[in-house]
Unconditional design. Sequence first.
Length: 367
Amino acid sequence: MNIRPYRYIERRKSRKIKVGNVFVGGDSPITVQTMTNTLTTDINATMKQIEESVEAGADIIRISCPDKESTFSLRELVKLSPIPIIADIHFHYLRAIEAADAGAACLRINPGNIGNKDKVKEVINAAKKNGASIRIGVNAGSLEKKILEKYGEPTPEALVESALNHIQILRDHDFHEYKISVKASDVFLAVAAYTQLADIVDCPLHIGITEAGSLRSGTVKSAIGLGNLLWAGIGDTIRVSLSAEPAEEIRVGYEMLKSLGLRRRGVTVISCPSCARQQFDVIKTVQEVEERLQHITDSITVSIIGCIVNGPGEAKQTDIGITGGGKGNHQIYVNGITDHIIRNQNVADYIVNFVQNKILQRKKNLA
């Protein structure tokens, strides 16, 4: 029994598939992915974004393959990438076949956009031959003409119907290694569509609010949409679609999952908004601590509170805590218990060093 039942999230039961060496769905961790925005033919620039995304925690990465030159470059990128690559294909069935042959772990397609049944069959056969899975990517901005005519505009029912039509195409060819997304930039539309689809299908769901916006506005919009879905147990892999660098999408995705207790990674900072009672510069300290500890992958919680009003209480819930005290004397907590006082020291420097040393000590104890 969960000792805090109000924190428990029962995840939707789904089938488990593989994207390269990464499991998606079932009891697997919710994976976090992003997409490169460089020219795929620029291997150095694309690899730089892949490496930055991996450092931020990416499990999977998607790369656009709009032409033959891109699928040719994909072969080299697959060899170099430490994580599985999803090839993003929109219309030409040959690009999907080339991407599968190049080693893509997954093909992001709309079977209905690929062409006639023979072309779809060729793509599915290429995926089977190369062990690639498929993501059906339904989007409110590119629904089929017949469905738009039927519903008049993108609606949750329209998105779900499109998804089910595409699923049937794969099933007709005895292909079951697929996941699906029904994305929209409208939060209400996306959440309603995913909620409906989750009750109908058993495949893994890739969730996202498409074209969410800039780093700040897109983060807020995605947090509302994805937060609702994740809290309801819906979602097996996520992408936060931001007009920002791919690595930022990964960081935001992890913060969402960490907030809901669905994944643990890196440093989680609990900090006060600061006020006149603060005994050190909280805002500057938090910014510096987060920046300097971005490389940490071990899960650890840190509370940074400027005064004694809420500081001791918050520190009880974290691995390391600091509460601002008068005359430059600040209380340090370890595992929720008062440990020692630091006097007239740079708070950010102290916390960064203390966190790093605690993680090193953990690793020594486990060795």
